[in-house]
Design a protein around this ligand. Sequence first.
Ligand code: GDP
Ligand code: MN
Length: 397
Amino acid sequence: MNLHEYQGKEILSSFGVRVQRGIVAHNHKQAVDAAKQLTAETGTGWWVVKAQIHAGGRGKGGGVKLAKSLDEVESLSESIIGMMLKTPQTPPQGKKVNQVMIAEDVYYPGESETAEFYMSVLLNRGTGKNMIMYSTEGGMDIETVAEKTPHLIFTEEVDPLIGLLPFQARKIAFNLGLSGNAFKEMVKFVTALYNAYIKSDSSLFEINPVLKTSDDKILAVDAKVTLDDNALFRHKDYAEMRDLREENPIEVEARAAGLNYVDLDGNVGCMVNGAGLAMSTMDLIKQAGGEPANFLDVGGTADAKRVETAFRIILKDPNVKAILVNIFGGIVRCDRVAQGIVDAYTNMGDAIKVPIIVRLQGTNAEEAKVLIDNSGMKIISAMEFKEAADKVQEVLK
Ligand code: GDP
Ligand code: MN
């Protein structure tokens, strides 16, 4: 589950990670109040108006603007709230901005130069360790840094059972070229950040930029936080942070129906029971020359109601040109599933305009095939895995 910047910063701050302070505002009146409150609390004379959408690159798209007066806070908020913000990470039409964060200006002049760094914390699935990725090249697109100057990206692997060791935090501060108070502040920052990542059950923190202010404080100017959905039951307060307006509507509907659905780019809709079988089904579709339109695990109970819901969700994607149903009847009997498919098809009438290829294997598979073949419907049956994938390719031609 992805969060807005203001929510991510709330979580970071609750674990003692220093952040650029800010307050969320849903209209320009609230924005002005937020700016006044920030000045009362921090003494800031300038503010930044930051669009809150689930996409990065907001600055480049005109979604992050500096305001030097309360009038500017008001006018900038008015123009940013409600706009369709286009960034390299949004769909081509952009994303609607429903709220802004009014933040203190942290790029004030002072004793030393400001410096922007990049830092993320994530899991390295290859080594089974957490890693802190960091770079001196903050504030810009990290993909570009990785491409042009890969030697400026460092990684520090952290054993999850041991945790971040003090020497590792010092090494990071050293590699970032810091000394004196900024060095000490960075050690504190990294230590708090890693602790927050673990305690919040996050799967990604990306802080770009981490800022060294002109008075040598280290703080998070931006925060991309992805929480692990499977751990949300431990964090009821985080679960409430979900913003459905930011999510794929088909995925939201599927989740509400208890289906495990992930939208993809291809044209073959998949309905499968079990995540492992779903993954191998997608592999097989690809091997046969196709592209899956989705990942869909219907789970253990593939009855008519559930199959129908799954069909409806798959068909919401206009790219779907064929549907492959691949179900293993272990506890659930194949003939039951076949009846479910036939019933769903009957109920849906004209709604299904694409060919359906069904492979049912396991308990009562033979009976299931007979049921499908005798249904008189545009459903093609298959017994073998490869056969099913090949039949999909045939109907697509
Ligand atoms: P992103 O573009 O979506 O990654 O949004 P960020 O939160 O990273 O902000 C984009 C850029 O706005 C930063 O890289 C900074 O250069 C600038 N910015 C952010 N906060 C401030 C601020 O307090 N003062 C000034 N002058 N610029 C800021
Ligand atoms: Mn950023």
